[in-house]
Structures are given as structure tokens and as C-alpha cells.
Design a protein around this ligand. Structure first.
Ligand code: NAD
Length: 490
């Protein structure tokens, strides 16, 4: 009998009040790992009530004391990193190195949030008029919630949660139902924090659970990361219920390769970006736009790099690229590749239907490379979210930027060049929220916001750092006058 996951509400592990369960499957082996609650609106109602009850005491706990729990949180994630990474790889498919890297990213966000006593400070103006001072304070909102995607089971809740609780909110985490085990284990480990009951809660489920979060009046702030159509739905529905929403969406990340770029380094970095995590990174390089003579040499070299990638079970130390998350995802990606070919693209490397000995039930797709891709076609304009790299050749940087700026996505855009002026023009003109100059994955560190533009983001304040702190606090402006004679009377 497979393990049935429980929710963690008000400091206790409890069964979901819904009756349905979904399979959690290892994407490399097809093995059933556990059963996760399909979710119930009632679970959310109880979690929100308990988190709301815990809030007054938590917000009145001095920030310096609140962050002591975060210091312990960091220590737990570091001490148990290998165990967490293994669970993450087992349910998500990425390599152990990739799982460990996302734990590091989670820890960095905890470290930044440990600075809350300073970061939450505000401005004070003395004598805005004679004897009158004005200042503002930042106060928490209440109960926050984050709804996260399958591709970073550890990192993404930490773009929000440490900031939310450090600023005095209580919190609900809703992991992806495809990868719930990693966060379930992290919550077990976090019992060692001895946080007051109700401050951190875990609720499993799918759409019904998400809708219940969106509608619940006790949850005023929602952080979402996932695909663009769902991000848009979350944003619009949350706003309808008068909530603050930050909703990070899907992507299609272009990388421009200029003729003066260093070929070896550029190819190595782009191959890692395109095929790492089996292309299931929201910052994965998915389109390379070569300029002029860069086309021929880049294409030849990236093919060599792609062919050499070893695909397999992420738990094996030799594996460089794991499976995609599900059979449905594999089928969708393979159909898109076929569509691209029908649109006139040339398939230079076909990773469809590769077989990994001993892992015949895994959802493997090998690195796939297409050239001659039509920028107006479906392949170019759809987020593939798999190890598929498409290449377009254009005659100038202007033409490359024009193609980039037509995209409905704006998560990231990168350029490889030795020219400072090309890089500067690119940085200035490209319509994307995260720019990489000779960088393959323009992932902001925890002390910068994870920007995203156009349909890659709905809202105004992003995850991480100062944006997360602003998102999870509201400003209260105080104008103050003290009369001398009044103070003398007391
Ligand atoms: P997804 O949108 O399918 O699911 C994300 C979350 O939304 C899950 O928790 C899921 O339970 C919930 N959900 C799914 N469908 C829903 C619906 N119809 N109504 C309400 N809730 C729903 O995304 P995914 O497949 O888990 O993750 C991959 C996507 O996430 C990709 O598009 C990727 O680009 C994106 N992503 C974006 C960022 C970023 O920072 N912009 C980071 C990581 C991943």
C-alpha cells in the first residue's frame, strides 16, 4: 500500500477532508512513490482559520525573534540537503546536482530574509511642519499563500515564505501535486523549528484547493508560480476577490549569439541552459538567435554538445539530463517537435523515442535541435518546456531584438558577445525582465527580484528580496504632533 500524504495544519499532520488521491510517480522509472490528496476546499478553510488565529501572536513577536526560526531553517536545509535532494530527484527527475543547486537557492532566500529587522525599516521625516513628524511603518497582511509548480519543488516556495513569515505573516504552502514529497519532508524537518502552531501550514491538492485559496477571505495575499494561462487565471481571480497577487508565468527564453562570441564557452553555457533539468526551467534557453556568421559554427558545435549529453535517471552520478515530468508532457513535447517540422523546421537532432536501458517506463526525451524555425509558427511561439533547442539565423542584432520583442513572453533574454556596445544596446532594448550578458540562465540571486515581463508575469511586485518584503507588508503612514504643554500635564 503506497504512502498517503497528509496535510500539515496548525502544527499537526492531518488527513485531507477530500476523498480523492492522485498518484505521485517517479518520472525516471514509472514507479508509484506515494498518493497525494487531490484536495478539498475544506482543507483550505481549516488551514486559513488556523493560520489566521496564529497571526496576532506571530505579528507581535519581535522581528528579531521571528528570524531566529529562519536561522534554524537554514541549518536544517543545509544539514539535510542530501536527503532532500534525493527525494526531489526521485519525484521530479532532475539530477542530484540540480536538486542540490535549488536547495542552495532556497537557503539564499532564507539568508536574505534574516535581514528583515533592517530590511523592513522605513523612512522618517522630522518637522514636515513646525513640530510635526511623519513616517511610515510596514505591517504584515495576515495569512499568505504560495502555489508552486512541479519544476522546482524546493526553491520556489522559498521565494516567498521566508519573507512572509519574517515580516510577521502566517503562511500556507500548496506544492504541485506532481511533486509533493519534497515539501512534505521539509515540513517534517521543520517540526524541529518549534515554530508556534499555525505559522506554517502545508495543504496538498490541485485545482479545487487553489480555488479555495483564491476565494478565502482570510488569505489576502497569494504568490503563484506556474504556466502562463494558470498565472493569468490566478491573477484575475485573486484580484476579483480583492487580494494582492503576484503570479509568475511561463517563458520562452531567447539567447542571441553574436559573431564575435567565444564559441567554446558560449556553446558549453547554452547547452547547460537548454538541456539542464531536461529543459524544464523557466529560464532555460529555448531559442538561439544566431547573428550572421555565428549561425554555422554555433549550430555545428551545439550539435556536438547536445549529442554528448548522457540522459538517464537523475540519481545516477553519470546522468547529465533526467526525464521530463510525465508521459503527457513527453507526448506534448514530441507533438510540438512534429509540428515544427511540418512548419518547415529542419530537425538536426531528434531525441524523441530514445530508450534508456533498464528504464523503459521513464519519460525520456533526448536533446533535440531544430533549425530554420519559423518565428511566426507554433513551435516558436509555444513554451516547449522540454530539452528542445530551436535555432534561427538573422542578419543583425536589430533583427534579433525585433524577434525577441514580438514574443508574448518576457521572462529572460540573453546575449553572447565580446562587444560592450552590443551588450548595452541589448540590455536597453530587449523586452524581458531578466537579462543575461554572456550568462545562460539569468536567474536573479535572492537579493534581487525575480523579474518577468509580459505574459511571464502578472502583478507588480515579484518574488524574492525587497519585492517580496513589499508584497507581504502594507505601509501605514503616521503624522505625529506632540504639544509641549500636553506632555507637561502628564
Ligand atoms: P502549472 O501551471 O500546471 O501548475 C502550477 C500550480 O498551479 C500547481 O500547484 C497546480 O496545482 C496549479 N494548477 C494547475 N492548473 C490549475 C488550474 N487550472 N487552476 C488552478 N490551479 C492550477 O505549472 P507546472 O506545469 O507545474 O510548472 C511549469 C510551468 O511553470 C512552466 O510554464 C514554467 O515556465 C513555469 N515556471 C515559471 C517560473 C517563473 O519564475 N516565471 C518558475 C518556474 C516555473
Amino acid at each position: 500500500m503506497a504512502l498517503k500524504l497528509k496535510n500539515y495544519i496548525n502544527g499537526e499532520w492531518v488527513d485531507s477532508l477530500g476523498s480523492g488521491y492522485l498518484d505521485v510517480i517517479n518520472p525516471a522509472t514509472g514507479q508509484l512513490l506515494a498518493l497525494v490528496p487531490a484536495g478539498s476546499g475544506k482543507d483550505v478553510i481549516i488551514a486559513a482559520e488556523k493560520a489566521h488565529e496564529a497571526w496576532p501572536a506571530w505579528r507581535n513577536t519581535p522581528a528579531l525573534q521571528r528570524i531566529q526560526y529562519l536561522f534554524k531553517m537554514k541549518q536544517i536545509l543545509e544539514a539535510k540537503g542530501d536527503e532532500i535532494a534525493e527525494i526531489c530527484t526521485r519525484e521530479c527527475g532532475k539530477t542530484l546536482g540540480e536538486s542540490k543547486a535549488e536547495i542552495t537557492r532556497a537557503v539564499e532566500n532564507i539568508e536574505v530574509a534574516c535581514g528583515i529587522p533592517k530590511l523592513m525599516q522605513s523612512d522618517f521625516s522630522e518637522d514636515i511642519a513646525r513640530g510635526i513628524d511623519e513616517f511610515y511603518i510596514r505591517q504584515p497582511l495576515g495569512v499568505g499563500a504560495c502555489i508552486s509548480p512541479f519544476n522546482f519543488p524546493v526553491m520556489i516556495p522559498f521565494w516567498f515564505m521566508p519573507y512572509a513569515i519574517a515580516t510577521g505573516n502566517t503562511f500556507i504552502v500548496k506544492p504541485s501535486e506532481k511533486v509533493p514529497l519534497t515539501m512534505a519532508r521539509i515540513f517534517e524537518l521543520f517540526e524541529g523549528l518549534d515554530l508556534p502552531k499555525g505559522v506554517l501550514n502545508l495543504v496538498h491538492g490541485g485545482r479545487e484547493t487553489v480555488d479555495a485559496i483564491l476565494e478565502n477571505p482570510l488569505v489576502p495575499a497569494i504568490s503563484f508560480v506556474g504556466s502562463s494561462p494558470v498565472a493569468k487565471y490566478i491573477y484575475q481571480t485573486g484580484v476579483k476577490y480583492n487580494k494582492r497577487v503576484q503570479a509568475q508565468g511561463g517563458a520562452k527564453n531567447p539567447v542571441v549569439v553574436m559573431p564575435d562570441a567565444d564559441v567554446e564557452t558560449t556553446v558549453r553555457i547554452i547547452a547547460d541552459s537548454a538541456f539542464g533539468c531536461a529543459g524544464q526551467r523557466c529560464l532555460a534557453a529555448s531559442v538561439v538567435i544566431t547573428v550572421g556568421s555565428a549561425g554555422e559554427i554555433f549550430t555545428e558545435k551545439i550539435l556536438e554538445a547536445a549529442r554528448s549529453k548522457k540522459t538517464g535517471d537523475g540519481l545516477s552520478p553519470e546522468t547529465e539530463m533526467g526525464p521530463v515530468i510525465s508521459p503527457e508532457s513527453k507526448e506534448r513535447i514530441e507533438k510540438l517537435v512534429q509540428k515544427g517540422v511540418a512548419e518547415g523546421a529542419r530537425l538536426l537532432l531528434d531525441g524523441r523515442n530514445i530508450s534508456v536501458p533498464g528504464l523503459e517506463k521513464g519519460n525520456f526525451i533526448g536533446p533535440t535541435v531544430l533549425t530554420n524555425v519559423d518565428p511566426d509558427g507554433e513551435l516558436y511561439n509555444t513554451e516547449i518546456f522540454g530539452p528542445v533547442l530551436t535555432i534561427i539565423n538573422v542578419s543583425s542584432l536589430d533583427a534579433a531584438i525585433e524577434i525577441i520583442n514580438k514574443s508574448r513572453f518576457g521572462n529572460s533574454a540573453c546575449i553572447f558577445t565580446r562587444s560592450g556596445s552590443a551588450a548595452r544596446k541589448f540590455r536597453h532594448d530587449a523586452l524581458a525582465g531578466n537579462i543575461g550578458i554572456n550568462i545562460g540562465i539569468a536567474a536573479p540571486m535572492a537579493f534581487f527580484p525575480f523579474s518577468g515581463w509580459k505574459e511571464s508575469f502578472f502583478g507588480d511586485l515579484h518574488g524574492q528580496s525587497g519585492h517580496a518584503i513589499e508584497f507581504y507588508t502594507q505601509t501605514k503612514v503616521v503624522i505625529e504632533r506632540w504639544h509641549d504643554e500636553w506632555s507637561r500635564k502628564f
